[in-house]
Design a binder for this molecule. Structure first.
Ligand code: TUI
Length: 311
């Protein structure tokens, strides 16, 4: 299946991996790229030199295109933006803010820029600023989210811009792929399903927590701080939501989540850590390779589209 996104990125299948903090490191990114999608290194809050190392390690594992996700709440984002150029990375996605101030430098260096947006206004702004495509991410996603569902957001973004749109949020299988395509997307971004991939370095406790979770097991914390985050319900989310209800101040809430994603992803503490995941987690029942995941989503998705939504 060829779309403007496969052409733009030089990839075989119209699927990109989410730039997930702590999760999206070089092994996962290279595995997704080797499977024919676009793998991404999630720079998250990592120091710029670590991002540089991750890029170099990824390049040792694949000769296919891969990208870097720049998380704009990171105080080091500007330096990370430079590292991306210095290392000759060809694709950048951004999250949790506007990348407008980095756009000119990236475009000049020939980097394809794909901001993740959660509203039509932001999508239009990014198109005007020179974005090559946008990811329209609904609030079904894991991690930092906007306030509109994928079903409502995606067609409105598709109508509002001329650049290609990638659908994200709640897409974890071939049915989600086909549905996103029907809403006008030219590719999908998948996060949660790749968390449990065999090449993912995420702690087994985290993977098990996702495999065991059901449709209603995620919670959104941080509504009151302006940074809503979706993760699987546990002791941490219960405590956070209790404090939020009591009107706790920002610093107290920050204290509870400081280093908490690392705690869950790396140390496997799924009780006190933050187990970020999308609402689709309930759909994920087994651990597979990135190749199996990519081919299941895209090849079966194409079959569905050919057969009017039925296998
Ligand atoms: O960025 C994400 N997902 C993330 S980032 C992240 S790290 C983090 N951890 C704790 C608290 C906050 C962040 C974990 N997951 N997805 C892309 C995304 N971007 N979703 C929503 C947005 C977004 C939100 C506001 C994009 C632009 C935006 O604009 C605001 C503005 O600056 O006008």
């Amino acid at each position: 299946m060829k779309t403007r996104i496969t052409q733009l990125l030089g990839i075989e299948y119209p699927i990109i991996q989410g730039g997930m903090a702590w999760v999206a490191e070089h092994n996962l990114a290279a595995a997704v790229s080797n499977a024919g999608g676009l793998g991404l290194i999630g720079a998250a809050s990592a120091p710029p030199e670590i991002v540089r190392e991750e890029i170099r390690k990824c390049r040792e594992l694949t000769d296919k295109p891969f990208g870097v996700n720049v998380m704009l709440l990171n105080p080091n984002a500007e330096e990370v933006a430079k590292v991306v150029i210095e290392e000759g990375v060809k694709v950048v996605t951004t999250g949790a803010g506007s990348p407008a101030k980095f756009m000119d430098a990236w475009k000049e260096a020939g980097v394809k820029v794909i901001p993740v947006v959660a509203s039509v206004a932001m999508a239009k702004m990014m198109e005007r600023a020179g974005a090559d495509a946008v990811v329209a991410e609904g609030m079904e996603s894991g991690g930092h989210i906007g306030s509109i569902t994928t079903m409502a957001l995606l067609p409105q973004v598709v109508d509002a811009v001329s650049i290609p749109v990638i659908g994200a949020g709640g897409i974890g299988d071939s049915r989600g792929f086909a549905a996103a395509y029907m809403l006008g997307a030219e590719a999908v971004q998948v996060g949660t399903r790749f968390v449990v991939a065999s090449e993912s370095i995420v702690h087994e406790n985290y993977k098990d927590k996702l495999v065991k979770s059901s449709d209603i097991d995620s919670e959104v914390t941080g509504m009151s701080t302006g940074h809503p985050v979706r993760s699987i319900r546990n002791k941490m989310t219960r405590e956070y939501l209790r404090l939020e209800k009591e009107g706790a101040d920002f610093m107290e809430l920050e204290q509870l989540t400081l280093g908490s994603l690392r705690k869950a992803v790396i140390d496997g503490d799924v009780v006190n850590g933050t187990v970020m995941a999308g609402q689709i987690a309930g759909l994920i029942k087994k651990k597979e390779s990135c190749k199996e995941i990519v081919e299941d989503i895209v090849l079966n998705g194409e079959k569905l589209l050919k057969n009017g939504g039925r296998f």
